[in-house]
Ligand binder design. Structure first.
Ligand SMILES: [Mg+2]
Length: 205
């Protein structure tokens, strides 16, 4: 099925962000930061997140983090956290629209760092990153939303996007951190375990 725009989310939709963040938090724990605090300080500054900013916050809390931690944080992104099948999936999406847009919520320079680490920027006609929610990012596009597709994992974000663009088709991978398959089904979303299955579903539309 051809779409006017296809909007694709980054974190946990194309990137194995859970695995990446687990490694980031493990690194901080190695240097004496409690796991809870590694996670909570990440969340606390999410709209301005950079590795440098998280270290500032932790040092302000009196954690003695040596200079070597920062390059080790950057080294984590030398590993490619692209989800299996992501390149084939993006190749297929490209064949189904003139406007393939990567949509992401978070601090732009940090999100860009993650995107660059995946090597997928060239698949997209545009990369749109914002800190006011995905619906605010989508609003900037002159799309015919009734003929467009939004691929995203988080159920609460999907609900807000659906509220703003009622005709927009929404599907994606399941995010088990917060929701079950039943939660998605009850809200009327079809979700998938992996990108290969999601791709097969889209091909049959
Ligand atoms: Mg996501």
């Amino acid at each position: 099925m051809r779409f006017d725009y296809i909007f694709v989310d980054l974190d946990d939709s194309l990137m194995d962000t859970k695995k990446y963040k687990a490694r980031l938090f493990d690194l901080l724990v190695e240097y004496g930061v409690p796991m809870d605090l590694a996670k909570s300080t990440y969340k606390q500054i999410i709209n301005t997140y950079t590795f440098e900013n998280q270290l500032v916050v932790l040092r302000d809390l009196s954690y003695d983090l040596p200079p070597e931690v920062l390059p080790k944080m950057f080294d984590l992104l030398k590993i490619n956290y692209l989800l299996p099948g992501a390149r084939d999936f993006l190749e297929y999406l490209r064949s189904q629209t003139e406007h393939l847009v990567l949509v992401s919520n978070g601090n732009p320079p940090y999100q860009q760092l993650k995107i660059d680490s995946l090597g997928i920027a060239d698949f997209f006609d545009q990369i749109a990153i914002g800190i006011d929610g995905k619906e605010a990012v989508l609003e900037k596009f002159p799309a015919d939303f009734s003929r467009s597709l939004f691929i995203n994992d988080k159920l609460d974000e999907n609900e807000r996007v659906r509220g703003t663009f009622p005709g927009l088709m929404i599907t994606g991978l399941i995010n088990r951190k917060y929701w079950t398959t039943v939660d998605y089904e009850q809200s009327g979303y079809v979700v998938f375990e992996n990108l290969a299955d999601l791709g097969e579903y889209l091909k049959k539309l």
